[in-house]
Design a protein around this ligand. Structure first.
Ligand code: ADP
Length: 418
């Protein structure tokens, strides 16, 4: 249908174009007939002229292939896609801002940390902190990098070093747009570790200060009022020996902890048979158990029960746990030690006492350094408050877990699961 229409249109156009020729042909034919020529011959001639005028195609000029014109590509109007693609895979939150501080792009990490932001929105729609906004304004005005510390409360408490800086392109890559990068370095973990370290130093100094003050007091007494009192001096010297021993226990525990921290990432690979190891620990604690009136019963399977570990460290773990069970569970008079090695089940060692138990609110904090349910009770039992922290460190290195179940009035079960 469309072909038909275009054919008619082109025929009409040709008639219009060849109109003078056609008119001339018709006039000549009429003159020839009037002059007495054979009218049929004249008509045939006329028809031939008309057909030639209308349907004789003009010679087709074949298009010669021409070399394509080389058009100089224009300098890219926007570098944003390149900049964004590079930043997308970074694992620290990053935003790209325009010269009027609108957010043109934010990477996944930024979305995760601050939620989605409508692209093109002003940065103040996302970050309300006047400090950050002032810094961005200054960087845009001066084209110089700046940084500031900024805390976010939601969704969780985080501290960031926020840095704003212009994106510098090479001189030959001038663009019309100006871009600024806003990056967020999360220092929350560093801050937490700093706080822990300073708490630890404060706690350790406090623990050492008490026996030191007591030693100093006794020395002054022996030098002064008790100068000539032999009996008092002997008594005081005994107490001083206790205090000095307490300090050296504390220093030993502190050194143990720092040694463990140094190798915490290296998993031990020695095969250790727990059957003789638990027997050895029990034997070494018999004098202490006897002193506090406790009996330690071992329940061991036949044969070997091997785990990958460091023998000395595992001795330290079970010594600490059995000693605690004897000291704090002494009123139960019995401590049971179970070694379980069921087929397809993890190896477990449980140290169970029938003592007073531990109130539930204390259980999650027992492995913190210097955490004690009762400071007086721990001190009177020669505790440093570091025993379970050491246990936890060793078990972490052994990829093992400490599970504590306790019921007030019934007793406590410390289970090590390998
Ligand atoms: P400490 O040197 O004081 O014994 P630990 O880290 O070994 O330090 O233990 C921390 C605290 O946990 C102890 O002070 C004690 O209050 C509590 N605790 C540990 N084991 C037991 C237990 N078997 N029964 C009751 N309380 C316990």
């Amino acid at each position: 249908m469309q072909d038909e229409t275009s054919w008619t249109t082109s025929l009409l156009a040709r008639i219009r174009r060849e109109r003078p020729v056609l008119l001339a042909a018709i006039l000549s034919a009429l003159v020839a007939i009037a002059a007495g020529m054979n009218k049929w011959a004249v008509l045939v001639l006329l028809l031939a002229m008309i057909l030639t005028a209308l349907f004789n195609e003009a010679p087709v000029i074949k298009a010669e292939p021409v070399e394509p014109l080389e058009i100089e590509p224009e300098a890219p109007a926007s570098h944003l896609p390149d900049v964004s693609a590079t930043l997308a895979s970074l694992d620290i939150p990053v935003m790209v801002l325009s010269g009027d501080a609108s957010v043109l792009f934010q990477n996944r990490a930024a979305e995760k940390a601050f939620g989605e932001v409508a692209l093109g929105a002003h940065i103040s729609a996302r970050l309300r902190s006047p400090g950050v906004l002032d810094m961005v304004r200054e960087t845009i005005a001066t084209n110089a990098p700046n940084q500031i510390e900024h805390s976010e409360r939601l969704p969780s408490e985080r501290v960031y070093i926020v840095r704003s800086a212009p994106v510098e392109f090479g001189a030959e890559e001038e663009t019309r747009e100006r871009y600024f990068i806003l990056s967020f370095r999360d220092i929350s973990e560093v801050r937490r570790i700093d706080r822990m370290r300073s708490d630890f130093v404060a706690n350790a100094s406090h623990e050492l200060r008490t026996p030191l003050a007591s030693l100093r007091g006794f020395i002054e007494t022996i030098q002064g009022p008790a100068k000539n009192d032999q009996k008092a001096q002997a008594r005081f010297l005994n107490i001083m020996l206790d205090q000095a021993t307490r300090m050296s226990r504390l220093v030993d525990d502190l050194l143990s902890l720092s040694r463990l921290e140094l190798k915490s990432h290296i998993a031990p690979d020695e095969k250790v048979d727990l059957v003789p190891l638990l027997g050895h620990v029990r034997d070494s604690l018999v004098p202490l158990a006897r002193e506090v009136g406790v009996e330690i019963n071992l329940h061991l399977p036949d044969g070997k029960v091997e785990v990958l570990g460091d023998r000395d460290e595992l001795v330290q773990v079970f010594e600490n746990l059995m000693e605690n069970a004897c000291k704090y569970g002494q009123e139960g008079e019995i401590v049971d030690v179970w070694l379980k090695n069921g087929a397809g089940q993890p190896v477990e060692v449980s140290i169970v006492d029938k003592g007073p138990g531990i109130p539930a609110e204390h259980v999650p904090r027992l492995t913190e350094r210097f955490y004690r349910v009762s400071i007086e009770d721990s001190r009177s039992k020669k505790g440093t408050g570091l025993g379970l922290a050491i246990v936890k460190h060793i078990l972490t290195r052994h990829r093992a877990r400490l599970i504590v179940k306790s019921e007030v009035g019934k007793g406590t079960d410390f289970t090590v699961r390998f």
